[in-house]
Design a protein. Structure first.
Length: 95
């Protein structure tokens, strides 16, 4: 189901540096997860209504109303590093 070529792609896309043993364990785990999802596809769902919360349960979140933003200087106040008025972070991808 999941061959070595696909595992190499997963490894590269996720930025992992797996040992051969770790890659094999991950391959086996992913194969079990995919098999489980395939098994779920076999469950008969004809006529089953979509899930809805219990009757009388309402969303308790507040309405999303625009508010003034945090001042720039205040936002950068606790930044470990800043560069030209921006948060400085390490690069995600080595150059």
């Amino acid at each position: 189901m999941i061959d070595e070529e696909m595992m190499a792609k997963v490894d590269a896309l996720a930025g992992l540096r797996l040992t051969p043993e770790e890659r094999e364990r991950l391959r086996a785990d992913l194969a079990r997860i995919l098999a489980y999802f395939q098994k779920l596809q076999e469950v008969p769902t004809e006529g089953v209504p979509p899930f809805s919360p219990l009757p009388g349960v309402v969303n308790v979140l507040r309405d999303d109303e625009p508010e003034p933003s945090l001042p720039h200087a205040e936002a950068l106040k606790n930044a470990p590093e800043e560069d030209a008025g921006f948060f400085a972070v390490p690069p995600l991808f080595p150059s």
